[in-house]
Design a protein around this ligand. Sequence first.
Ligand SMILES: Cc1cc2nc3c(=O)[nH]c(=O)nc-3n(C[C@H](O)[C@H](O)[C@H](O)COP(=O)(O)O)c2cc1C
Length: 220
Amino acid sequence: MSMNVTKAVFSRKSTRGFLKKSISNSLIKELLCKASRSPSGGNLQPWRIFVINKKIMNLFLEFQENHPDFDEPEYDIYPPNLIDPYRSSRYKLGEDMYSLLGIPREDKMGRLEQAAKNFNFFDAPAGLFCFIDKRMGPPQWSDLGMFLQTFMLLAQEQGVATCAQECWSLKHQMVKKFIGADKNLMLFCGMAIGYEDKKNLINKLSSSREPLDTWVEFIK
Ligand SMILES: Cc1cc2nc3c(=O)[nH]c(=O)nc-3n(C[C@H](O)[C@H](O)[C@H](O)COP(=O)(O)O)c2cc1C
């Protein structure tokens, strides 16, 4: 498939249902290596990535079963009092997702079960855990974000689907213990990686975007 940047940007989406098909470590390595061409202030390259794939994924999921507790995240996933229009965007995404799946607001268990699929990497064969040194500040977090988007677009070019997952920050202690991460590292997010299950209804979700005039102003 020929791909250009616009195509990659428009076809990438958060994939929440994967095929059992495996992905090779060499392909993941190639994507990471290319993604490291992302810019970063002062060329600090502050991303620290751990890959779990193949039998390590099975071991990880088993380890998680024995460590079911949730942690207080090390950072606020959202600001404590999310204001509009951000609040409405977040609400809309949730409502669009659950109405697509036919899980009404009253079905708390159904919604929880869907959310819990995050912790199975949505059945993806591989996953990343993306860390940043705790001594880094907002500019370096932004660098990490750029790295992640570059990775996701490069993956898209190879027909590889992804979903960034902040939810893993709710399990940062377990993740750190499993991978043996340095105490100075903070888990920002995970990322599911693999091949999209096109038959899975959840992947029909199409997220909207705020109109341009909400967030851009051409000064006259
Ligand atoms: C840093 C980051 C963390 C995210 N965490 C989660 C997550 O934990 N679970 C999830 O289902 N989606 C997660 N998402 C996906 C967002 O919901 C998604 O990017 C947004 O709704 C826009 O949809 P799109 O990615 O399909 O364009 C995350 C996205 C980003 C960038």
